[in-house]
Design a protein around this ligand. Structure first.
Ligand SMILES: Cc1cc2nc3c(=O)[nH]c(=O)nc-3n(C[C@H](O)[C@H](O)[C@H](O)COP(=O)(O)OP(=O)(O)OC[C@H]3O[C@@H](n4cnc5c(N)ncnc54)[C@H](O)[C@@H]3O)c2cc1C
Length: 577
């Protein structure tokens, strides 16, 4: 059941103790407890699903949930040397359901990414073909009504799951941009590649987005999707929220350290409670907190641990390294429109729409982050790659950047209506890290994506911005797009555009890779976990979350995280048959 009292679980033993009730942790807990002999405790630091205000489950409002809330971690990255030493906030989910709820686009990425992961790990189970059943297992795609409402072609499903707990669907709320994007595809050669299904494994081209929205018009969330009343009623599953895991405990064995349990506490001034794991401790605390917890527990580079006075349990130099993330660059234009989401800044309009949404699950509050998006490679004539700056994309089908056609900007200025192009650099060369600088488990780890420290990322970004401007300068948008608004419409030359990127770039919130997987035969110098996600050099410890994914998909990564967790659960079931 759902617990909040630490006394209930103190000194109890479970077969599996899962740390982090986010995207991956919820899936792990749900799937493992399908086997009735396995007992599971899921520990979540953040708030219960019910404690997220109801209106934030409206897709268009969740987007605006912002930082400094009980349901987000409110992290800030360290000053970014590639970004004029700026910092920016990083709102990882701090709630049962984790980061699955905070935004809302579903994209699986290009097949070559997963085939590369299979190659790196020496495990064909991580290939695109092997993962499709796991993508499908998680996904509950709500089929669009037949007919050609979305895009120039009828929407054709390739291989999607329709029975899974995590709902996806085509956008529920059309906007003024939709017919214009369709026309752009039909009339402009550069943008003529239409993609019927951006999640087919081939992602290049413009297509209708797949949004993480439920049938009821709420934002999809693993907590509401997986943790049904029947699952919550399972006798072999306990979930405790509002408590933070502070350390893993170990016992010695001939074969090396064995993870034996987890210490946790609701706040720094309350003594820790220890809970023991018969079979495994599973870390699903996400790309920042999983490496933090490993480091606090003595699993990291030994010299680094010694510098902080932490006893070394295992010298594992890659813990916290290989942080990968997408740079985001929002480009904004004034629009000759009255129906963009900017309307929501009017309190009366917002109140009316909130009531419509609450009563019917419909209306503008069901609007997706973007109704159309496109994945692109840089123009072949751009010749931006050379021996010093090789192409960072994983394969020739992978995108270099993405453009989201959006019918609003955030924060919305006091007056006026806007349209924007959410740009992400989807093939990124810069690599960062997440390292603690204190033994205080309540302190934030130092999050350093090292954005724009690779020259090639700037070059790709410049091409992306020029491409976005070419798109919105098409005559197709005459009468709708008025003029460029931000972040710097005067940045025209390459050095000016570079300055704009360094000055205004931020994250697309797609961090992963900080406990990357490596082949079974390779030691800790190659990676943190084995292909079955067990931690190298320790027994009884597994990591299942975004941290293990060694290559950043050229897409929004939630779909990949869902698939990794679904397979991760099968790997656990197979190991403890
Ligand atoms: C703002 C934002 C927007 C995003 N938008 C999209 C999008 O539109 N499309 C997309 O595909 N992807 C998106 N992503 C990325 C995607 O959501 C993540 O990659 C994915 O959810 C990560 O899953 P996870 O299981 O690794 O971690 P999470 O889902 O973050 O789960 C980790 C959980 O562990 C808990 N936890 C952490 N430390 C502790 C501890 N010490 N003790 C107990 N519990 C702990 C956290 O509170 C959290 O609930 C977005 C991410 C963010 C942050």
């Amino acid at each position: 059941g759902l617990l909040t009292d630490t006394a209930v679980v103190a000194n109890k033993k479970y077969d599996f103790v899962i740390v982090g009730g986010g995207t991956s942790g919820v899936i792990m807990a749900t799937r493992i407890t399908e086997i009735s002999k396995h007992t599971v405790l899921l520990i979540e630091a953040g708030v219960a699903y019910e404690d997220i205000p109801v209106t934030l489950h409206a897709p268009a409002l969740g987007v605006r949930s912002g930082s400094q809330q009980p349901w987000t971690w409110n992290y800030t990255v360290v000053p970014q040397i590639g970004m004029e030493n700026r910092t920016f906030t990083y709102q990882m989910g701090h709630n049962l359901g984790g980061s699955s709820y905070v935004y809302g686009l579903y994209t699986r990425g290009t097949d070559q990414i997963f085939d590369k992961i299979a190659k790196i790990s020496g495990d064909n189970g991580w290939s695109w073909k092997s993962l499709v059943p796991y993508f499908n297992k998680a996904e509950g795609f709500l089929k669009p009504p037949s007919g050609g409402e979305w895009g120039p072609n009828d929407y054709k499903l390739t291989d999607h799951g329709t029975q899974g707990p995590f709902n996806t669907q085509l956008p529920m709320y059309p906007n003024d941009l939709d017919p214009l994007v369709t026309k752009l595809v039909a009339t402009e050669a550069e943008f003529s590649k239409w993609n019927n299904d951006l999640s087919s494994g081939k992602s290049l081209g413009i297509g209708t987005s797949q949004a993480t929205i439920t049938k009821a018009g709420t934002a999809s969330n693993v907590a509401s999707g997986y943790l049904t009343p029947a699952v919550l009623a399972r006798k072999n599953l306990d979930i405790i929220t509002g408590v933070r895991a502070t350390k893993l405990t170990f016992k010695a064995s001939k074969a090396g350290p064995v993870a034996s349990g987890v210490q946790f506490t609701p706040s720094p001034d309350v003594n820790v409670t220890t809970v023991l794991a018969n079979n495994e401790v599973i870390l699903s605390a996400g790309a920042f907190n999983t490496p933090q917890l490993l480091q606090l527990s003595g699993i990291a580079d030994k010299d680094f641990l010694k510098s902080l006075g932490i006893p070394v349990v295992l010298d594992s130099p890659n813990v916290g390294q290989n942080l990968r993330d997408h740079v985001a660059m929002p480009m904004q234009w004034e629009a000759n429109a009255t129906t963009t989401l900017d309307q929501l800044r009017d309190p009366t309009f917002l109140a009316n729409q909130t009531s419509i949404w609450q009563q019917t699950g419909k209306g503008i509050l069901t609007a997706a982050v973007a109704n159309h998006l496109g994945f692109f490679r840089v123009h072949p004539n751009a010749s931006i790659f050379d021996s010093q700056n090789p192409d960072p994309s994983i394969g020739s089908d992978c995108s270099h950047f993405e453009m989201l056609f959006r019918s609003f900007i955030t924060p919305s200025p006091a007056t006026g209506f806007f349209t924007s192009m959410g740009i992400a650099f989807t093939s990124v060369a810069s690599v960062g890290n997440v390292l603690i600088n204190t033994t205080d488990p309540f302190a934030s780890p130092l999050i350093d994506p090292k954005f724009l420290t690779s020259e090639v990322d700037i070059r790709i970004g410049r091409e992306a911005i020029k491409t976005a401007r070419r798109a919105y300068s098409s005559p197709v948008f005459d009468g709708f797009v008025v003029k460029e608004y931000g972040p710097n419409p005067n940045a025209m030359t390459d050095p000016e555009i570079e300055e704009m990127i360094r000055h205004s770039g931020t994250t697309f919130f797609h961090a992963l890779g900080t406990a990357q997987l490596a082949p079974f035969h390779a030691d800790v110098k190659a990676g943190v976990v084995n292909p079955d996600l067990t931690v190298k050099g320790v027994k009884g410890l597994r990591i299942v979350d975004a941290s293990v994914i060694p290559v950043l998909p050229d897409a929004h990564p939630l779909a990949a995280v869902l698939a990794f967790a679904e397979r991760g659960a099968d790997l656990v079931k197979a190991a403890w048959r």
